[in-house]
Write a protein that binds this ligand. Structure first.
Ligand code: ZN
Length: 496
């Protein structure tokens, strides 16, 4: 087994460099003064380069090959999973020539800069030539990464959802589209609106209450902290140091509360990873979608539910006496309102998936050449009208709104919807156990967290998404629980 121990030691060094770079990024987004920018970029780039060089070195390759030859490893052991992970990672890296990787990194940073300017001036034409150049490189990357004869999009998807096939993903997104779009139309036709909440909520009180919420779902402040960031996120440096953020606006307390629950959901996953995996690359969430399934589960499925708020609403009103005239029913309606809108990151729980379906369809059309980049704004606007019934007034609130494409992140968007789908599939499986369900109905989610820790969190990256889901739920990824949940929830809210 010493070959595996040697490999583990080497990968732990790579991981330590990555986590150190991550801490610099956290600091930059949370507390660094603006003047720190140039020096920080150089420091951060150096750590990332060292991690990359160590991972792709000949010696690491040799260690992986030696560990892979160790006979008789138990498939479910941490050692076997580590070797599987390392082989996949190296295999992927070997397919990409260093020159292409460098060219992509440079092109992505240029394209991002132009995107910032194009968005500010609301001019897609400025962005177009850069996007065309970036797409040509990204297509080359997909050709190298997608298995022979497979859908080219597999090459993009694999970076965020290792092992997942585009055909399986497309089936999930098609089902979400077919299930959600008619429901959105029925909700719109119901023409019901929640009563407006009071307009001002002290931001210090909001932050204190965000901490209460994170604690309520089990986030451990002895192994984590909560800070402020313009764009909330979660970063973990070990299972003993997990950092979440939220943002505060006086008139938008729900945005702070649900961002805190969302990030605390990511945080629970990180705090629940097995101590045996600590320091290794397996000590992370299984994939983007599984991670997102946990933020959505705690933010939406639990955090926007009546079960959660019934025993806690009096405490909320005590913290914010301006809510005294707002009933629990009105509060829940406000927290769950469905309102088709232009901007994905502000979308409600029901319409969110349709924003992503549009991006996925456009990405596939761009990659296959069916859609030319110059026709992207038109296709975007037509899609928004078709899916959400909204008219896009300008590219800034349309095709230029998201940062992802400018940074070369193609294949990333669908993981958000997959996360929503998985959140309900996992929740439904967990609450099929009578004690988990009975506790949840009383507003006690500790047994749910226990189930998730045993069946999802502790495994880290040991299993790929589909295998993890099958082990936890006994079934393949399926949309039926998610669509059923949305239908029941919105039918009740809007009396459909
Ligand atoms: Zn998230």
């Amino acid at each position: 087994m010493s070959a595996v121990q040697d490999l583990r030691r080497r990968l732990s060094e790579v991981q330590a460099l990555r986590k150190a770079a991550g801490l610099l990024d956290w600091d930059q987004r949370v507390c660094m003064p603006r003047g720190g920018g140039p020096a920080r970029a150089a420091q951060s780039a150096l750590l990332k380069r060292l991690a990359h060089e160590l991972m792709t070195s000949r010696e690491t390759s040799r260690l992986v090959d030696a560990a892979a030859r160790v006979p008789g490893m138990d498939y479910d052991s941490d050692a076997a999973a580590l070797v599987r992970w390392a082989r996949r990672e190296l295999e992927r890296k070997r397919r990409l020539p260093a020159a292409l990787v460098a060219e992509l990194a440079e092109r992505e940073s240029l394209t991002h800069e132009v995107w910032v300017e194009a968005r500010r001036r609301d001019r897609f034409k400025l962005f177009l030539p850069e996007l065309e150049k970036l797409l040509a490189l990204k297509r080359r990357q997909a050709e190298l990464l997608a298995p022979a004869g497979a859908d080219l999009y597999d090459g993009w998807l694999d970076e965020f959802e290792p092992g997942m096939k585009t055909a399986d993903l497309a089936r999930v997104l098609d089902e979400v589209k077919a299930g959600v779009a008619p429901l959105v139309r029925r909700v719109a036709a119901a023409r019901r609106k929640p009563k407006a909440l009071p307009e001002r909520f002290d931001t210090d009180d909001q932050l204190a209450y965000c901490e209460v919420l994170a604690r309520e779902i089990g986030f451990d402040f002895g192994r984590g902290r909560l800070d402020l960031a313009a764009h909330p996120f979660c970063s973990a440096f070990s299972t003993g140091d997990v950092r979440i953020t939220t943002r505060l606006r006086e008139e938008l307390p729900l945005s702070a509360f649900f961002a805190a629950l969302h990030e605390a959901g990511h945080g629970l996953y990180e705090q629940g990873l097995s101590a045996a995996l600590e320091g290794t690359p397996l000590c992370e969430g299984a994939s983007m979608s599984v991670h997102e399934s946990q933020s959505r589960l705690w933010e939406n499925v639990v955090g926007r539910s009546r079960c959660f708020w019934r025993p806690r609403y009096a405490g909320l009103v005590e913290a914010f006496p301006q809510l005294e005239r707002v009933s629990l029913e009105d509060f829940l309606f406000a927290a769950n309102e469905c309102k088709p809108s232009l901007i994905r990151v502000e979308a409600d729980e029901l319409t969110y998936g349709l924003h992503v379906v549009l991006r996925f369809e456009l990405e596939r059309a761009l990659l296959s050449g069916r859609l030319k980049p110059k026709d992207l704004p038109g296709a975007w606007n037509a899609g928004m009208k078709d899916l959400l019934g909204v008219d896009v007034p300008d590219d800034r609130s349309g095709v230029l709104q998201d940062v992802h494409w400018s940074e070369g992140l193609f294949g990333y968007f669908p993981t958000y919807v997959l996360g929503n789908v998985l959140s309900v599939q996992l929740y439904e499986t967990a609450t099929a156990r009578p004690q988990v369900r009975a506790a949840a109905e009383r507003g006690d989610f500790a047994p749910l967290r226990g189930w998730l820790t045993r069946n999802v969190y502790r495994h880290g990256k040991k299993y790929l998404t589909e295998e993890l889901v099958r082990r936890a739920t006994g079934r393949a990824i399926e949309t039926a629980p998610y669509l059923r949940y949305l239908r029941e929830k919105y039918s009740a809210l809007y009396s459909l």
